[in-house]
Design a protein around this ligand. Structure first.
Ligand code: PDD
Length: 280
């Protein structure tokens, strides 16, 4: 695989970053994952805009323009012959001379890394065909979940707790209401209405979320942005998640309770089709 590191395209085994990199030592970095569907980048503009916002919120500059980033994405996709999969991008505050809690001087070069991942046809996901099972866990992450940082230890632990329980993922709950999944946004459908938590610092502002809600509104489906509880979700007609890597994926069980008919429902299936067709 060819990867990109700080201006260079290299074979992955030749790519190197410093042990003093603040991404490594302090999780002081942000990232984006953009899917590739049939060789095409999905929602690229949304991902670069959110990247700029994440960088700005953390007082980091933008090391590359949107056009430069697009060129790197395209070059890696072509070079690595990615038909289905994605591009991972990470930018950190760079590698100062030593470990220090204080930020390094502003002229410290940021570290920019991109690599591709090949996956089976994203449109034909077995998980989406059967629907996934989730457990609920407490949301103990920090208060700026709107910034896409590389601090992913708790979501990673949540994923492992779900696996240990024989499930696929975890929905995180704060003050009695669902915030989001470990790496996706969460939704329920009740009486034809799509319900999902409103945007705030409590959740990541999903790029797939924005696109799916737009497709839903265009298709005259009702959308209500508000918090919901696990109990409400268990009694919903349908439930689903969205993310760049899962698109729209139905949820058929929550904490051992079957949602709706226990199989992917019509509205979630329709939204998945609308999203995939709209992204091709
Ligand atoms: N995760 N919420 C969280 C906590 C996420 O990590 C993600 C994405 C989302 C969905 O955002 P988007 O639709 O822009 O992908 C919501 C990516 C896919 C990841 O960490 O791999």
């Amino acid at each position: 695989r060819t990867v990109y590191v700080n201006g260079e395209y290299l074979p992955e085994e030749d790519a190197k970053i410093s042990i003093f990199d603040r991404g490594f030592l302090m999780a002081d970095g942000v990232y984006e994952v953009t899917s590739v569907l049939d060789g095409k980048l999905v929602d690229f503009d949304g991902h670069v805009k959110r990247l700029a916002r994440s960088l700005n919120e953390l007082g980091m500059g933008e090391p590359l323009t949107a056009d430069e980033l697009l060129e790197i994405h395209r070059k890696l996709v072509a070079e690595n012959e990615v038909i289905n999969g994605g591009v991972y991008l990470q930018i950190t505050r760079g590698a100062p001379a030593d470990r220090d809690f204080a930020f390094p001087p502003e002229d410290t070069p940021q570290t920019v890394v991109l690599f591709t991942q090949n996956k089976p046809d994203l449109a034909e996901s077995p998980a989406a065909a059967r629907g996934i099972k989730v457990i609920s866990i407490e949301d103990i992450r920090w208060g700026r979940r709107d910034i896409k940082t590389v601090q992913l230890l708790y979501p990673s632990m949540g994923k492992m707790m779900a696996k240990a329980a024989g499930c696929d993922d975890a929905w995180m709950v704060e003050d009695g209401a669902v915030t989001e999944g470990t790496s996706n946004n969460a939704y329920i459908i009740k009486d034809g209405k799509i319900i999902t938590r409103q945007l705030s610092n409590d959740i990541l502002h999903g790029i797939t979320r924005a696109a799916v809600l737009e497709f839903a509104r265009e298709a005259q489906m009702k959308v209500e942005e508000r918090p919901f509880t696990i109990e409400e979700a268990q009694q919903a007609d349908e439930a689903f998640i969205t993310s760049a890597t899962t698109f729209v994926t139905p949820v058929v069980e929550i904490d051992g309770v079957t949602v709706g008919a226990g199989e992917p429902g019509p509205a979630a299936k329709r939204l998945r089709e609308l999203y995939i067709e709209g992204s091709r």
